[in-house]
Design a protein. Structure first.
Lengths: 133, 302
């Protein structure tokens, strides 16, 4: 894998203990999403991360492509044996996704980073039964 | 100044008082002089102002042309008519009384013209036609003002109803409830969803209970809206519970073939709250098991 290059428009991936934290800072174009998907999966397998947390609280605009990619990333993470959670979705974004018919049933969600980490921890520790789903 | 306008204008100037008196008499005989709603002195004052403005407007335009009430010449008269209409609407005049108020001005004009132009019937007819056109337009204008007024009231009430109809209440720490009352149409459903999601962010809620006890009927559309709301709530990272499902509604939902996957449904708000509390307790339990680790992890966020 190419060394991580914090270039413009590239989403940064942080390593926090055994989890990966992705903080999306600005609206994404299609290329950036595909790039993120590439680098994230690489990173998961390389670091043996147990969890992936994607913070989209800065994301203002979504389309079907980004919605679908968010779903795919969650599925890919699951295949690579990492629990994933999507946190901080804005109301407008949630409404848009629902109106687009994308319910993202495969994705776990949390209101903020704190609760997201808690959710991941529960899942990693195999105590996911108690999360109310 | 065009000749025809001059005639009318001159007539108005010369016979202003007699026309005014005849107008008020006509209002009385048409039965729109509602002394029970308005004092006669006020009516007289209003009529005088309108007639005066009409005279001014007529003197400025060629009344044989198309009458364009949007032109500047008519602005003063329109303003007066609007005020008069507003005042009358407030007191309970009907739109036809309002229009008749203006149209009853025809008779005095026709009489005045008959006296002036008795020797030239073709002129008389032309003038009568002109003034008739103007008055018709003005009558219609008062009607428009009346409708606009009503429209505004309806709009305002609708907004008020909307505001009243979507209260998000906090039942418990991190538990919100949204009691829905009345029919859920698309506009309202959209607003309900927006309000609820906003409240979830603001109050950091984990559970949102949507209570549909007060929703009289659930059809596919309403079910669809509920489903969307539940999905959006989940995307935000909270859990949605739908409560207040009556047997009838349960039957409808199944018969319509609507699936409510991932949504917890409860018969009443009490069991919904109990469910939410139980879930939160389970979470707290899990949390105490892993307390130190969370604290450590939590510190790493931006």
């Amino acid at each position: 894998m190419d060394e991580f290059d914090p270039g413009a428009g590239e989403v940064q991936i942080f390593e926090v203990q055994d989890c990966l934290l992705v903080a999306i800072q600005e609206d994404l174009d299609d290329r950036a999403v595909l790039d993120l998907q590439d680098r994230l999966t690489e990173r998961i397998s390389k670091t043996h991360a147990r969890g992936v947390l994607i913070d989209i609280s800065a994301l203002d605009v979504v389309d079907t492509f980004i919605g679908r990619m968010l779903g795919s990333i969650a599925r890919m993470a699951a295949i690579l044996d990492a629990a994933s959670v999507l946190v901080g979705m804005r109301p407008a974004v949630a409404i848009t996704l629902v109106e687009l018919g994308m319910h993202l049933d495969e994705v776990r969600t949390a209101l903020n980073v704190d609760r997201g980490l808690r959710l991941i921890r529960e899942q990693i520790d195999g105590r996911a039964a108690g999360n109310g789903r | 100044m065009p000749n025809s306008s001059k005639n009318l204008d001159a007539l108005l100037r010369r016979r202003f008082d007699s026309i005014l008196n005849a107008w008020i008499a006509a209002q009385s005989s048409e039965g729109v002089l509602r002394r029970d709603l308005m004092r006669e002195s006020e009516i007289r004052q209003q009529s005088r102002a309108i007639l005066d403005a009409l005279a001014t407007s007529v003197s400025r335009v060629d009344i044989n042309e198309r009458i364009d009430l949007d032109a500047d010449e008519w602005a003063d008269l329109k303003q007066l008519l609007k005020e008069a209409t507003d005042r009358r609407v407030e007191r309970g005049f009907t739109p036809s009384e309002m229009a008749t108020f203006i149209l009853s001005l025809k008779q005095p004009f026709f009489e005045g013209l008959t006296n002036e132009l008795a020797d030239s019937p073709s002129d008389l007819l032309k003038q009568a036609w002109s003034i008739s056109r103007i008055l018709d337009q003005l009558g219609l204008y008062t009607n428009e003002v009346y409708i606009a007024e009503r429209e505004e009231i309806i709009q305002r009430q609708q907004t008020e109803m909307m505001e009243l109809s979507t209260p998000v209440v906090q039942l418990w720490d991190k538990i919100l409830a949204l009691p829905l009352i009345g029919t859920l149409d698309s506009v309202r459903a959209q607003m309900v969803m927006e309000n609820l999601l906003q409240a979830i962010v603001e109050r950091g809620a984990e559970f949102a209970i949507v209570d549909i006890t007060g929703v009289p009927t659930v059809d596919t559309l309403v079910a669809q809206h509920l489903l969307k709301t539940a999905a959006a709530v989940r995307l935000m990272g909270a859990h949605c519970i739908i409560s207040g499902i009556r047997p009838q509604i349960a039957q409808t939902i199944v018969h319509l073939g609507v699936e409510l996957p991932q949504v917890v449904t409860k018969s009443d708000i009490q069991s919904a709250l109990a469910h939410a509390l139980r879930q939160m307790q389970a979470q707290t339990y899990a949390q105490t098991q892993h307390g130190p680790l969370f604290a450590e992890l939590g510190h790493h966020r931006g």
